[in-house]
Design a binder for this molecule. Structure first.
Ligand code: AMP
Length: 216
């Protein structure tokens, strides 16, 4: 199974991908995560991408498509792929079709998480993660049970993404509207898009995705 999770920043793509991994042993291919790892490791790709990401703009199609191709090559053919944050442009959507074909894979579902943009700014600017295990939290919606201690691993170290500030979030949303939303009609024409209310509680969104995957 190969699926794309599509939606503006903060729609919950990463949260839902994490749940699908747990339940189905699928693999998440997040170009944002790959780029953040490249920035942290100061690779040539990371050095090129850092400033672009801090502005909330899009990294070049060639770079992200190469990252996806490499990752798929490294994966076993039987592992399902969840594309999270990719494709984000028409050129990336085309590249993905070619990459999938090379690997004998085909797209099963494009799941669009529909969300209210104003609510997203609060969602994104309040989010932070455990620096040790990566568990996600939120200033308003999900604080650690014991202040300053990760519920899952007990770490006292937390981090925030540098691009999760309001100005950058607005740019990221504008990029989504201008460059990513227009790829949906192409997938619609193939009859593989399902739209889910991304403002619903996290469990309800997961249930709705499961129904799509089960073909219900
Ligand atoms: P994300 O974690 O998906 O929100 O991505 C964080 C940032 O990484 C984005 O704002 C872009 O600067 C960059 N990025 C991630 N995925 C892509 C992509 N598919 N195409 C271009 N830039 C990307």
């Amino acid at each position: 199974m190969n699926i794309i999770l599509l939606g503006p920043p903060g729609a919950g793509k990463g949260t839902q991908a994490a749940r699908l991994i747990e339940r189905h042993g699928m693999r998440q291919l997040s170009t944002g995560d790959m780029l953040r790892a490249a920035v942290a490791a100061q690779t040539p790709v990371g050095l090129e991408a850092k400033a672009v990401m801090e502005r909330g703009e899009l990294v070049s199609d060639a770079i992200v498509s190469a990252l996806i191709g490499d990752e798929l090559t490294a994966m076993g053919p039987d592992v399902g792929a969840i594309f999270d944050g990719y494709p984000r442009t028409a050129a990336q959507a085309e590249a993905l079709d070619a990459i999938l074909a090379q690997h004998g894979r085909a797209l099963d579902h494009v799941i669009e998480l529909e969300v209210d943009e104003d609510a997203l700014v609060e969602r994104i600017t309040g989010r932070f993660t455990c620096a040790t295990c990566g568990k996600g939290y939120h200033d308003t919606f999900e604080r650690p049970l014991a202040e300053g201690t990760c519920d899952r691993c007990g770490s006292h170290s937390f981090k925030r993404r540098p691009d999760d500030n309001e100005d950058t979030v607005r740019t990221r949303m504008a990029e989504y509207r201008a460059k990513t939303a227009p790829i949906l009609p192409g997938y619609d024409a193939r009859g593989i898009v399902s739209r889910i209310d991304g403002m619903a509680p996290i469990d309800a969104v997961t249930d709705a995705i499961e129904r799509v995957l089960a073909g219900a």
